[in-house]
Design a protein around this ligand. Structure first.
Ligand code: IDP
Ligand code: MG
Length: 134
């Protein structure tokens, strides 16, 4: 198993609902290490760069409106297989289908407002960490 770093973000709904501590606690209890953290409000330019892969999708406008709607908490977490471990803790994209015990499975019901973001590959992690921490 290789030590990796990944980008995780509590989205505006998670901040509004007071779930920042719970999200952080889950990652800590799993054994990942919190390296960096900052709170910010994403502007449209950063949103478009973050979600560049989705620019042609029908939900892109709603996604940008949502992700810029309030402060987020951006984090770098590291540890063995941190990228896939973080995705497992989050649960699948649609909270309707996310397993109980995952963040999205425990707290969500709406696909846009699914509480957390996590990088989907080491390459995405490097790109996203660069967007928020350089
Ligand atoms: P991920 O966050 O699990 O990696 P992606 O497919 O990369 O999922 O989608 C990015 C974000 O866009 C999702 O977390 C969700 O907030 C939103 N999203 C994805 N698919 C849909 C959809 O079909 N309708 C509305 N929003 C969506
Ligand atoms: Mg994604």
């Amino acid at each position: 198993m290789a030590t990796e770093s990944t980008f995780v973000m509590v989205k505006p709904d998670g901040v509004r609902r007071g779930l920042v501590g719970d999200v952080i606690s889950r990652f800590e209890r799993k054994g990942l290490t919190l390296d960096k953290m900052r709170m910010l409000t994403i502007d449209e330019d950063l949103a478009s760069r973050h979600y560049a892969e989705h620019v042609e999708k029908p939900f892109f406008g709603d996604l940008v409106e949502f992700i810029t709607s309030g402060p987020v908490v951006a984090m770098q977490w590291s540890g063995d297989s941190a990228v896939s471990v973080a995705r497992t803790l989050m649960g699948v994209t649609n909270p309707v289908e996310s397993a109980p015990g995952t963040i999205r499975g425990d707290f969500g019901l709406v696909i846009t407002e699914n509480i957390v973001h996590g990088s989907d590959s080491p390459e995405s992690a490097e790109r996203e960490l660069g967007l928020y921490f350089s």
